[in-house]
Design a protein around this ligand. Structure first.
Ligand SMILES: Cc1ncc(COP(=O)(O)O)c(C=O)c1O
Length: 396
């Protein structure tokens, strides 16, 4: 390995939190007030500050902070009124917490195949969504790949289907200059360490619908302290639902909330660097024989924290991954027969009734994490490792 960069270790690297995040966290620890609500008031609480800031950043009316991205999807389904055994469609290219949230809500999961560009095709979507009287579509912008979201929004509206966007990998991404997370009735984000913005754990839900927002605040576990949310709908919406909505205790704690506002201020700058890293590696991979890169649709501005590519000869994948590992690069394989670490596919989610088939478009799909700290030279080095593992020359 030249220059001996160990990308296996590097791929789990995250930058330290900004100084302001650390001083906010210390302030919370010194105050002892780690719960977002106060007995009498919540003046100056970071959770409320985060919600106001996040709603403004995304361009939504309301934001509700939760303890994880998976909780955000679960609460989104509950607040949208999805009942036990109702059908919820989900694109098959996603990560385990997403089908987990649907199962938690008691939904019948209808898995929808993705195209080679890893997004839902719109040509036959209407037909597919008519199956099983589908009530909601959870659209996972998995690994930041964004399909024809304008068309998907139109189809869902036409069919009266609730659209929930899973934006865990798309914070700050756009389609036709519109923020991802605002196309759906509800958008859900994650603040887990490997996402764009890091609280260790955490999630947030955005919506313009005051009824959904009031229900989400009540479900999240606000007791009758919902008026401590600065960003909230009118009292009438709470009066309508309180007493009828259980407290699921899935709210965000103040310590997690405290580290987030300073990071949101850096999001655009970090996404710009991630886009450069992605473009550099994607342009290198495009010249490697035996590899197919993923097409990004016109109008999409990604917020990529990883990169995907297909290895065309699926029989050689295990061998190629082993060679890359020896050269210091960990490649994950979404089509693997075995779930491994964070990586799994629908054939591993046996609790779903519809679990047994894997999309042919995922069979050769590989993935590497892109730490925002990668230098341009390190990006070129990654391309070289992949080329030599595949046994191909780079054709410029
Ligand atoms: C695509 C996707 N959606 C949702 C989630 C859920 O986020 P969390 O880990 O915060 O529950 C994840 C988590 O990794 C994810 O990868």
């Amino acid at each position: 390995m030249s220059d001996e960069v160990d990308f296996i270790t590097k791929s789990t690297e995250v930058p330290p939190l900004p100084k302001e995040s650390i001083s906010n966290a210390l302030k919370v620890l010194n105050s002892g007030k780690l719960f977002r609500y106060g007995e009498n008031n919540a003046d100056g609480m970071y959770a409320s500050q985060l919600e106001t800031m996040f709603a403004e950043m995304i361009g939504s009316k309301f934001a509700i902070a939760l303890n994880s991205g998976g909780s955000a999807i679960y609460i989104a389904l509950k607040s949208a009124g999805i009942l036990e055994n109702e059908t919820v469609a989900l694109n098959a290219f996603t990560l385990a917490p997403v089908p987990g949230a649907l199962e938690n809500a008691g939904a019948q999961v209808l898995l929808l195949d993705v195209n080679a560009n890893l997004t839902l095709g719109v040509e036959d979507l209407e037909e597919k969504l008519r199956i099983g009287n589908t009530k909601a579509l959870v659209l996972s912008h998995m690994r930041g790949h964004i399909g024809r979201i304008d068309e998907i929004e139109r189809i869902c509206k036409q069919l009266g289907i609730i659209l929930i966007e899973d934006c865990a990998h798309a914070m700050g991404a756009m389609y036709d200059d519109r923020m991802i997370g605002t196309f759906g009735d509800i958008g859900c984000f994650s603040f887990q360490t490997y996402k764009q913005v890091n609280a260790g754990e955490g999630g947030i839900l955005v919506t313009d619908d005051p009824d959904i927002a009031a229900k989400a605040i009540l479900y999240s576990g606000s007791y009758l302290l919902y008026n401590q949310h600065t960003n909230r709908p009118d009292e009438a919406y709470f009066s309508k639902h309180k007493g009828k909505i259980p407290n699921y205790s899935l709210r965000m704690n103040e310590l997690c909330a405290s580290v987030l506002p300073p990071q949101l201020l850096q999001l655009e700058e970090r996404n710009t660097r991630w886009r450069e890293i992605y473009a550099l590696i994607a342009s290198g991979l495009r010249h490697i024989e035996g590899i197919t890169t993923i097409e990004v649709l016109p109008g999409v501005l990604m917020a990529p924290t990883s990169i995907q590519f297909h290895i065309n000869d699926t029989k050689k994948i295990e061998h190629i991954i082993a060679r890359a590992f020896d050269l210091g690069l960990k490649i994950k394989w979404f089509g693997s027969p075995h779930a491994d670490g964070f990586t799994s596919n629908s054939t591993h989610w046996e609790y779903l009734s519809d679990f047994s088939t894997i999309s042919p478009n995922l069979a050769g799909l590989c993935d590497i994490r892109l730490p925002v700290t990668l230098s341009d030279d390190q990006c070129r080095h990654i391309v070289q490792i992949i080329a030599s593992s595949v046994g191909a020359d780079i054709h410029e």
